[in-house]
Design a protein around this ligand. Structure first.
Ligand code: APR
Length: 250
């Protein structure tokens, strides 16, 4: 794949990069996306599974669903897209990976500077005292986990619909979008806010903005370039070009 002259020029001079990822980057690992033909929200009802009221109403149903997703994620591996982003990070002093994904695959691909906007499915905490309750074999537990400190209900460490994002994390993502020279938006339908505001912030701050997706999105007209294709094909090509441009063997 040949990059445009403008993207090549930007890759050569960029000092600061901000990347936003969505479920599409994990699709090639076998993690279902949310929208689209095979999306989770076509099979499951988010109002019954991914909000606090639903959890209080039926914690067992919600835990069964998150246990099913945890098992699925534990059995897959990061793909070429995740790995290419970890490579790209090594070329820049200021590289921020902002993800909407809760699947922990960026960390497993050894990316370093990761901001998890929607939490992490491998973490859990008590809804009463807030104490973390992470146990590696959680996914094999059938009953609803209870907090060892106060006996309160333990919930998955993800951000549900209607809940605030972790403010410090989102503000750091905004700062990165404001200062970056290059903003990449990868595998997201860009319909969920406030994450979908980050490309707008970057563009308004003068960054060169590039979207990577298998299809155009509601935000495509906003980007300087939309690269249509799989993240697992396009990102390794960008990483290879970067290696050539920087003349460094990794
Ligand atoms: N490579 C690149 N893009 C892909 C690929 C791929 N291999 N496969 C799918 N896509 C694109 C789809 O075209 C779609 O635009 O990824 C996008 C996935 O969109 P969604 O399923 O809506 O996921 P996302 O944008 O991450 O959702 C945002 O919504 O449900 C909530 O909290 C959940 O974090 C999630 C948020």
């Amino acid at each position: 794949m040949r990059l445009s002259n403008e993207l090549t020029r930007i890759l050569r001079k960029a000092r600061s990069v901000c990347v936003l990822t969505g479920a599409g980057i994990s699709a090639e690992s076998g993690v279902p996306t949310f929208r689209g033909a095979e999306g989770l929200w076509n099979k499951f009802r988010p109002e019954e599974l991914a909000n606090f009221e639903a959890f209080i109403h039926n914690p067992k149903l919600v835990w069964e669903w998150y246990t099913y997703r945890r098992k699925l994620i534990e059995d897959v591996m990061p793909n070429a897209g995740h790995i290419a982003l970890a490579r790209m990070e090594t070329f820049f002093d200021d590289f921020t990976l902002v993800t909407q994904n809760v699947d922990d695959l960026h960390r497993r691909a050894s990316s370093k500077n990761i901001l998890e906007l929607h939490g992490n499915i491998m973490r859990s905490y008590c809804i009463d005292c807030g104490k973390d309750e992470d146990h590696p074999d959680f996914s094999r537990q059938e009953n609803i986990p209870r907090c060892k400190a106060c006996g309160g209900l333990v919930r998955p460490g993800v951000v549900w619909f209607g809940e605030m994002l972790p403010q410090e994390v989102f503000q750091e993502a905004e700062r990165s979008a404001q200062r970056c020279d290059l903003f990449l938006s990868i595998g997201t339908s860009a319909v969920v806010y406030p994450a979908a505001s980050l490309p707008v912030t970057a563009r308004q701050a003068g960054a060169y903005t590039v979207e990577v997706n298998i299809e155009r999105t509601e935000q495509s007209r906003l980007f300087d370039e939309t690269l249509l294709g799989k993240a697992g094909d396009i990102l390794p090509a960008i990483a290879d070009s970067l290696q050539l441009i920087k003349g460094v063997n990794v």
